[in-house]
Design a protein around this ligand. Structure first.
Ligand SMILES: Cc1ncc(C[n+]2csc(CCOP(=O)(O)OP(=O)(O)O)c2C)c(N)n1
Length: 632
């Protein structure tokens, strides 16, 4: 999409083109890039505010470094739109996150400039360090840079990386992009620490010192010497207060203004010449240049379509007549349950808005804990709460729960604690793609003893499972999808669900379909369409993967020779596998057709497109039924 009035951006298709600009021209280029992102993301939904905040930083990095030889590793990668624009994907930006289009995250198979695949937070320092160490072993003089946000810096892995880097002495540059917000407000002692260094009088004295030194020197001739002087200037004042990064073996520079593109490119260029681990602390504004995004960064993190002039968000039509989002059913039900059960507490690792734990936060702020981007801690923290008699509801997106696998086994399941783990975004999530799909949880949790694993077919079932779980049934997993349910009248009175018991929704002897989770709704439509074609299907909503309802399974085995399993997860290890194991172990001769996602990483695209691609649609399932029915 050519930009009206573009003086510079039209001619930039690679960092080589960027380097042809004069320093002063970078300022106008940044303005053009910002407008370009606003134009595109307002009509092609994606991550927005984070990219606006790093326009100058990204331009400066590509201007000062020699990419793709030098490597930039973007943490999470949701802020890498500017990087994509500058590295030959400007014209494809309008396809970002769309089926067949470019990915919303850096993806090495997409571009040689994408140095490392990302999507989950806090991996950048470890990856960059690994790359820097490899370069050191190979005697390459490459600069490896990790760009990590203040939110992502709160995760354990970021500290593991820092701790290791501090003794490696390899040439690693970590840029801390500090905009003082994650998706929701940043939380925790580290945030306080960053605010302290940015605002304290001691720090400001140091900053004045930096500027005094910078003002006196001419950039370019002896950069290393200059940086050392800056470094010493900061050190002399700040180190007395003990700088956390210095303590970890990094040389700390900053904070610097992250919207001064010329200064940033100079400092990056000069930092290249300083050996060893260095951290540049850059202060930026999330949503910079789009005022409503600056003042509402949580809403504009990934706002969907919006009016590019006013910023007004363009809502789907007739929202009031639509069923609610599953996340809102979770959020509202949790409040209802917390009103009834004073032991209930709630835990989120930095996703309060995303999972609607904000409802609980408002109503019961003292019983709700946002622990930062720290999924592992969130699970063990919940285990600790449970050990003391609390009833924690810990909500973690299915794909981020992968981080906490050991904590679920070692801290929750082994001790058989009453922790309710709610997995939002289970199944395919759509445009975020393979890093974010929640298709593995059924498989990765099924082999763990003591776990109850459930998935509701609709909102009312979700409420009842939450109600059941808080009665203290041991470790209890409830996984549910992104998006809306199917019931408009969903606030049904609570009923306890017998653990390990599914339900039979229709009778039939031609085929038996056993489904888990919301795909059961699609199967109900398959059942009625099949009936019109003279095929009678017995449909079972299993509700629980574990314990598996063997009585119901036996009923299905008796009712038809042909069984179908249906799940919104990988077919390796989930419901289909559980049924196959049962059939084999008990010598049942039934035929089993497993419907779910194949043993591969699923691309990005909207959820309907992905279901089509993998033949999970009413017509496709009907076709498969026809294929397997004995010919009359
Ligand atoms: C392991 C993991 N947990 C949660 C998320 C969801 N998430 C995406 S961006 C983000 C906030 C990141 O904050 P920060 O690093 O400060 O970057 P900013 O968006 O402010 O630039 C979160 C929590 C994730 N991507 N990975």
């Amino acid at each position: 999409m050519p930009l009206v009035n573009s003086k510079y951006l039209d001619n930039i298709n690679s960092p080589e083109d960027l380097k042809k600009l004069k320093e002063l021209e970078l300022i106008d280029l940044c303005k053009e890039i910002r407008q370009f992102i606003i134009d595109i993301v307002s009509c092609t939904p994606g991550h927005f505010a984070a990219s606006l905040g790093v326009v100058e930083l990204t331009v400066a990095l590509h201007y000062a470094l020699n990419t793709p030889y030098d490597k930039i590793i973007w943490d999470v990668g949701h802020q890498a739109y500017v990087h994509k624009i500058l590295t030959g994907r400007k014209d494809q930006l309008k396809t970002i996150r769309q089926f067949g289009g470019i990915s919303g995250y850096p993806t090495p198979s997409e571009s040689e400039y994408d140095a490392f695949g990302v999507g989950h937070s806090s991996t950048s320092i470890s990856a960059a360090l690994g790359m820097a160490v490899a370069d050191h072993l190979d005697k390459n003089k490459r600069q490896v840079v990790a760009v990590i946000g203040d939110g992502s810096m709160t995760a354990g892995q970021a500290f593991e990386g820092m701790n290791n880097a501090g003794i490696q002495k390899t040439n690693l540059l970590v840029i801390l992009n500090d905009n003082n917000i994650a998706i929701d407000q940043s939380v925790g002692a580290f945030k306080e620490y960053l605010t302290d260094i940015a605002t304290s009088r001691t720090y400001n004295k140091a900053k004045d010192e930096v500027w005094r030194i910078l003002g006196k020197v001419k950039w370019g001739h002896d950069a290393r010497h200059i940086i050392q002087k800056i470094d010493n200037g900061i050190k002399s004042v700040i180190l007395r207060q003990s700088n956390l990064f210095e303590a970890l073996g990094f040389r700390y520079f900053g904070p610097v203004d992250g919207h001064d593109v010329i200064y940033l490119s100079k400092i990056i260029e000069d930092l290249k010449k300083i050996p060893g681990p260095k951290l540049l602390h850059v202060k930026t504004v999330k949503g910079k240049g789009f005022s409503i995004a600056e003042s509402h960064p949580t809403t504009y993190h990934a706002p969907g379509k919006f009016n590019k002039t006013t910023g007004e968000i363009i809502e789907e039509e007739n929202l009031s007549s639509k069923p609610p989002l599953f996340q809102d059913v979770f959020g509202e039900t949790l409040v209802e349950l917390a009103e009834m059960n004073p032991q209930i507490v709630a835990v989120t690792p930095a996703m309060a808005t995303g999972c609607s734990m904000t409802f609980m936060m408002e109503k019961f702020p003292k019983r709700t804990f946002d622990v930062g981007i720290a999924e592992q801690h969130a699970v063990t923290f919940s285990a600790g709460l449970a050990m003391q008699g609390k009833m924690p509801f810990c909500n973690i997106y299915s794909s981020f729960m992968q981080r906490s696998y050991d904590q679920v086994i070692h801290d929750v399941a082994l001790q058989n604690l009453n922790v309710v783990l709610c997995l939002d975004r289970a199944g395919v999530v759509g445009n975020d793609g393979p890093t974010h799909h929640g298709t593995f949880d059924l498989a990765y949790f099924r082999c763990i003893p003591n776990l109850t694993i459930s998935s509701p077919m609709n909102e009312s079932e979700l409420r009842n499972l939450m109600y059941t779980a808080q009665k203290g049934k041991g470790p209890f997993i409830i996984r549910y999808p992104k998006g809306r349910g199917v019931l408009t009248d969903w606030k049904t009175p609570f009923e306890e669900t017998p653990v390990g018991k599914g339900r039979k929704l229709s009778d039939g002897n031609d085929v038996a379909i056993l489904s888990i989770g919301p795909l059961g709704n699609m199967i109900q439509r398959v059942v009625s369409k099949a009936k019109e074609q003279g095929i009678n299907i017995a449909h079972y909503d299993m509700r629980f993967l574990k314990p598996l309802d063997e009585e119901l399974l036996k009923d299905a085995i008796k009712s038809s020779h042909i069984l179908f399993s249906v799940e919104d997860g990988t077919i390796s290890g989930g419901l289909g596998s559980a049924i196959a194991e049962y059939l084999t172990s008990n010598d049942f001769p039934n035929k089993l057709v497993r419907i779910g996602f194949p043993d591969e990483f699923i691309e990005h695209g909207n959820i309907i497109q992905l279901y089509h691609k993998f033949n999970i649609t009413i017509d496709s399932i009907l076709n498969q039924i026809h294929t397997h029915l004995p010919k009359k």
